[in-house]
Design a protein around this ligand. Structure first.
Ligand code: THG
Length: 368
C-alpha cells in the first residue's frame, strides 16, 4: 500500500518520536491520529507480546471528558450498561448506541469522580454525539477532548516492568480498576486494562511533555526483560475475541448482535438513548451474531472488506477480521453469522477477494 501522507489532520502523539526511533513499519489512522500496526512483523510482534512485555502508543484511544454536576446523568444517557453500582476508581467497557440501538462506539468509561469521567473511545467521532446530547438536554456539564494520551504496557512481564517504574503498589491494581501513581512529580492515572489478552496496564498521560521521558523510562527499566515497542496485534486480538469498531461492528449492529448483550442492562439503565429499541431486541434476541470462525488452508490476505459466508448459493454472514495464527496453526477470524447457521461446528464457505473459496467452521468460543 502507498504511504499515509502526514498532515495536521493526521495527528502525531506524545510518543511518536519513540515509535519512529523503534522502527515502526506500518501505521493506521484511528480517531484522526497515528496508530502503529507493525514493528518487526505481525508474527514476530505476536510472539514477543505473548512472551515478554511491550509498550504501546495508544494515544489514539482519545478521551472524552465529562465534567460537572450532570456528568453521571449524561454518562448513563450514553450507555445501556447500568452504571449505578460503579464507583470512582473503576473502569467499565460500555456499548454506546444511537436511538435505534445501533452501535456508535465501544469505549472504556473511566470514573474519576462522581462529577468527572473519561470515555476512552474507539474509532468514531463520538465527541460530536456527546456534545449534541449535552446541549440538546441543556445539561450542566462540560464536554471536551482533553490532552490525555494512553500508553499501554502489555504482556506477561507487564507487572514486573511497571513495578520497576512505579513501585510495587502498581501490582495491587485490580482488573478494570485504576490507581494514581507518581512519575517525576506528576500524578498519573494507571488502570489494569488494555487491548490484549496478555494482561497489562494503561497509563493515561496528561499533556505532551512527559510523553517521551515516560517512554524512555519504561524502555530503560525493561532492558533485561526484552521490552520492545509494540502495538495492538491483529492475530492476538482475534484469538482473544476483542472486537474492533468499524471492522467487526458498525452502526448497523446492535450490542446483542456483537455479543455485548452482557454489558447491557436495558431494563435498569433508565434514561439511556436507544432504550426502547434495545428492550425490543433484548426481548426478541438477535437474528445474527458475532462468532469465532476458523478458515482452512494457508494464510489468508488482510481482510479490508467483508468476505461473504456462504451456505451453497446463500449468503448467511460475513467475515470482518481474519489472520493466520501461528499458535493454533489455522486462520482465526471474527464474523457475523445468521442464527440459522451460528451453532458451533457449522461448516460454511468463505469467498476470498480473489474469488477463491475456503471451507470454514463456526466455533463455540474464542481461542483464549
Ligand atoms: N483501552 C482503552 N480505550 C480503548 C480501548 C482499550 N478505546 C478503544 C478500544 N480499546 C475500545 N474497545 C475495547 C474493546 C475491548 C476491551 C476494551 C475496549 C476489553 N474487553 C475485555 C474483554 O472483552 O475481554 C474486557 C471487558 C470486560 O470484562 O469488562 O478490554 O483497550 N482505555
Amino acid at each position: 500500500m502507498a504511504m499515509i501522507a502526514p498532515s495536521r489532520r493526521v495527528r502525531r502523539t506524545p510518543f511518536s518520536d519513540g515509535v519512529e526511533a523503534a522502527g515502526v513499519k506500518g501505521y493506521t489512522v484511528y480517531n484522526h491520529m497515528l496508530l502503529p500496526t507493525v514493528f518487526r512483523s505481525i508474527e514476530e510482534d505476536y510472539r514477543h507480546l505473548k512472551t515478554a512485555v511491550q509498550v504501546w502508543d495508544v494515544a489514539c484511544e482519545r478521551q472524552i471528558e465529562l465534567r460537572g454536576p450532570d456528568a453521571a446523568r449524561l454518562m448513563q444517557m450514553l450507555t445501556p450498561r447500568d452504571l449505578r453500582g460503579m464507583l470512582p476508581g473503576q473502569c467499565y467497557y460500555v456499548p454506546i448506541v444511537d436511538e435505534t440501538g445501533g452501535m456508535l462506539n465501544d469505549p472504556v468509561a473511566v470514573k474519576l469522580a462522581e462529577d468527572r469521567w473519561w470515555i476512552s473511545i474507539a474509532d468514531s467521532d463520538l465527541l460530536l454525539w456527546v456534545k449534541a446530547i449535552a446541549h440538546g438536554w441543556r445539561l450542566d456539564v462540560l464536554v471536551d477532548e482533553p490532552d490525555v494520551s494512553p500508553l499501554a504496557v502489555q504482556g506477561p512481564l507487564a507487572d514486573d516492568l511497571m513495578a520497576r517504574v512505579f513501585g510495587d503498589g502498581v501490582r495491587d491494581v485490580r482488573f478494570f480498576r485504576f490507581g494514581v501513581f507518581d512519575f517525576q512529580g506528576r500524578s498519573l492515572v494507571i488502570a489494569r486494562s488494555g487491548y490484549s489478552k496478555q494482561g497489562g496496564f494503561e497509563i493515561y498521560v496528561e499533556g505532551t511533555d512527559i510523553g517521551m521521558p515516560l517512554w524512555n523510562a519504561l524502555m530503560e527499566a525493561g532492558r533485561d526483560l526484552d521490552v520492545r515497542a509494540g502495538c495492538p496485534n491483529l492475530v492476538e486480538r482475534i484469538e482473544g475475541g476483542l472486537l474492533s469498531y468499524g471492522n467487526d461492528m458498525t452502526r448497523e449492529n446492535t450490542p446483542h448482535e456483537c455479543g455485548l448483550g452482557r454489558f447491557c442492562n436495558t431494563q435498569t439503565a433508565i434514561g439511556c438513548v436507544g432504550r426502547d429499541a434495545l428492550l425490543r431486541v433484548a426481548m426478541e434476541g438477535p437474528v445474527r451474531q458475532i462468532r469465532p470462525i476458523a478458515i482452512e488452508g494457508d494464510a489468508v490476505p488482510i481482510c479490508d472488506q467483508a468476505w461473504p459466508l456462504m451456505d451453497g448459493l446463500h449468503q448467511v454472514g460475513r467475515i470482518t477480521s481474519a489472520a493466520w495464527s501461528p499458535d493454533y496453526e489455522t486462520n482465526v477470524a471474527i464474523g457475523m453469522v445468521r442464527m440459522t447457521h451460528w451453532n458451533a461446528g457449522t461448516e460454511l464457505d468463505v469467498v476470498l477477494p480473489d474469488g477463491s473459496i475456503r471451507p470454514v467452521t463456526v466455533y463455540e468460543s474464542f481461542w483464549q
